[in-house]
Ligand binder design. Structure first.
Ligand code: BTN
Length: 258
């Protein structure tokens, strides 16, 4: 019910919500809109994407109406180094929304996957993808897209849906409103006071910190203890040869050493 959504978002920067039944990718659409001058706070929601994108050049697929597929455009007037924290803000906001709307507690697997933990293993519920437009060393725009499985999840991956976790259907509009309200709050705090509070909340919600992990990066795997999050969101892994900072890639949670 888009009218209700816009009403409930009045007073936030995300009050202008556009809906489409089908598109390629909501992130791609908002990137194009950003290049045409679309303002801070634009939101695009789709029932279905035919070329939805995930991190690391993967595809993001979901049957029509089975997921929350939403992107926001922000023009944050902050340095490029802070871009990571916009993604973290989206992951935290979505985690908070899953909790308030569906009563489902999630954690964040580095960098920004929302997971529930089953038998000590992370099971993916949602993901975040950010695309930036740079103007020199300034962030002219960031498009942050979230995909959250509501009723369906890919059967061949370690994945789940919000309905499966809640044990009941979850209203997509309610989740969207709660997510955008929470994101509005985090975005305001990030602009006003820097990354401190956001980083602390991210660390508290991390499913990765404190675990033995293997990161797959260009030079080969890095194995060690996930020890911290650096100022620009990099994962610090303590290995037998010292600390290694991982900027991007996949991290696998390993069993603790016997
Ligand atoms: C990931 O876990 O790899 C990130 C998935 C992000 C998917 C969302 S769905 C809405 C937005 N549009 C896209 O094409 N991707 C993001």
């Amino acid at each position: 019910m888009p009218d209700r959504v816009s009403r409930e978002l009045a007073g936030t920067r995300f009050g202008r919500v556009e809906w489409v039944a089908e598109t390629g990718s909501t992130n791609d659409d908002l990137l194009a809109a950003a290049r045409r001058g679309a303002p801070d706070g634009a939101v695009l929601v789709a029932d279905h994407q035919v070329t939805g994108r995930g991190r690391l050049d993967r595809r993001w697929e979901a049957p029509p109406g089975s997921a929350l597929l939403a992107s926001v455009l922000v023009r944050p007037e902050i340095g490029v180094a802070v871009a990571h924290w916009m993604m973290a803000a989206a992951a935290l906001a979505l985690a908070e929304a899953c909790e308030t709307v569906a009563g489902v507690a999630t954690r964040i697997k580095w960098p920004n996957d929302l997971v529930v933990e089953r038998d000590g293993k992370p099971v993916k519920l949602a993901g975040v993808l950010a695309d930036s437009i740079l103007d020199g060393d300034r962030l002219a725009a960031v498009v942050i897209g979230v995909g959250c499985n509501l009723t369906w999840y890919p059967p061949d991956l370690d994945a789940t849906s919000l309905a499966a976790e809640a044990g009941r259907p979850v209203d997509r509009d309610e989740l969207l409103v709660a997510y955008l309200r929470a994101l509005d709050g985090w975005y305001s705090r990030l602009r006003a006071g820097g990354v401190g509070e956001l980083r602390a909340s991210y660390v508290e919600r991390s499913a990765t910190l404190g675990r033995r992990v293997r990161a797959e990066i260009g030079d080969g795997p890095v194995i060690g203890a996930a020890a911290g999050i650096g100022p620009t969101g990099h994962l610090v892994i303590a290995t037998s040869e010292g600390d290694v900072e991982v900027a991007a890639g996949d991290v696998i949670h390993l069993r603790p050493e016997p």
